[in-house]
Design a protein around this ligand. Structure first.
Ligand code: DGY
Length: 328
């Protein structure tokens, strides 16, 4: 039997599964993250942890948990966890890939279409009673999507799923950046690997699908945005700090790019001042990429399965540092 701490609300099914496996579970059934000090106190007796992307697991937290063997993050992104420090302390870390790929790609495409066809602006226009006459060239003219060029920055699982939607659903030409060539995607979709400057220069829609790392933090600044076409759109469903929000706001105001759709923010849940009041060709959502009932449930199940494996000395299916810890 192990002591498991669940840091935030994940629903009862996952907690029950942990309890049925015989573990002593402390379930903090709240929807706000703890402060750093609260987290440090709460993890003290834990052997296993189930956490969300809003829990920052840094060295101070890891040092406060001398018994910790395993951290199961309920997210595919794990920039909230110092994985290197966990590895040094012999702690396994897992994430929840695959189960959220399609939902997140759907959301990226929903944002892309909503932006291109100006749906939030159209909705506000109707509700304000401004639709007085049909016009051939109305104020809310949008952008054509079919047949355009889609640039995927980071062709991993989610990036490839966005690429599939673009190529197969909308006849788009797909350009991408990635570590290494993705031959299968190239063959299936006619996608082409290019440098980032080339992708920015050619794409009509740029979708950010890289993880947040020291290399990708502020990958998109005014300088990067200036390399895009003035008719191009930026879609970010990855992590907020990849885009320097103040620069994006300036780029929108000055017409450096046509529009942007953001599901993630630099200092979530806040938005850079000015961004919330900017309505033209800017679509925003509160980090909903994977937020369908089915997918969120699968993410919890995946995290619980990972933790149960780790606590019974098996290698969790989605362990991030198993090899570094000398496990198969
Ligand atoms: C993740 O899993 O990393 C998403 O941002 C939330 O589902």
């Amino acid at each position: 039997m192990a002591n498991v701490f669940v840091t935030q609300h994940i629903g009862t099914a996952g907690v029950q599964k942990l309890r049925q496996a015989g573990h002593e579970v402390t379930y903090r059934d709240k929807t706000e993250p703890m402060t750093a000090a609260e987290l440090q106190t709460a993890v003290r007796p834990a052997d296993g942890l189930v956490c969300l992307l809003t829990d920052r697991l840094d060295t101070a937290v890891l040092d406060a948990a001398p018994n910790l063997k395993m951290i199961a993050n309920v997210a595919v992104g794990y920039d909230n966890i110092d994985v290197a420090a966990a590895t040094e302390r012999g702690i396994l870390v897992s994430n929840t890939p695959d189960v959220l790929t399609e939902a997140t790609a759907d959301h990226a495409f929903a944002l892309l279409l909503a932006l291109a066809r100006r749906l939030p602006e159209a909705d506000a226009f109707m509700r304000a009673g401004k639709y007085e006459k049909f016009e051939m060239f109305p104020p809310l003219l949008g952008l054509e999507v079919t047949g355009k060029t889609l640039g995927i920055v980071g062709l991993g699982r989610i990036g490839a799923a966005v690429a599939r939607r673009g190529a197969l659903g909308f006849g788009m030409q797909v350009l991408y950046t990635a570590n290494g060539a993705k031959t299968a995607v190239e063959q299936a979709l006619g996608a082409q690997k290019v440098s980032l400057p080339e992708l920015l220069r050619q794409s009509d829609f740029v979708s950010i699908n890289v993880p947040l790392t020291p290399e990708t933090r502020h990958l998109f600044t005014l300088d990067t945005l200036r390399q895009m076409k003035p008719t191009a759109c930026l879609i970010n469903t990855a992590r907020g700090p990849i885009v320097k929000e103040a620069d994006l706001l300036q780029a929108l105001r000055e017409g450096i790019i046509w529009g942007a759709a953001l599901d993630v923010f630099e200092a979530e849940p806040q938005m850079t001042p000015g961004l919330a009041d900017y309505h033209e060709r800017l679509v925003v959502a509160p980090h909903l990429g994977s937020a369908t009932g089915e997918t969120r449930q699968k993410m919890v199940e995946t995290a619980v399965t990972n933790l149960l494996a780790g606590l019974s000395n098996q290698t969790p299916p989605n362990a991030l540092n198993a090899a570094a810890l000398g496990r198969e």
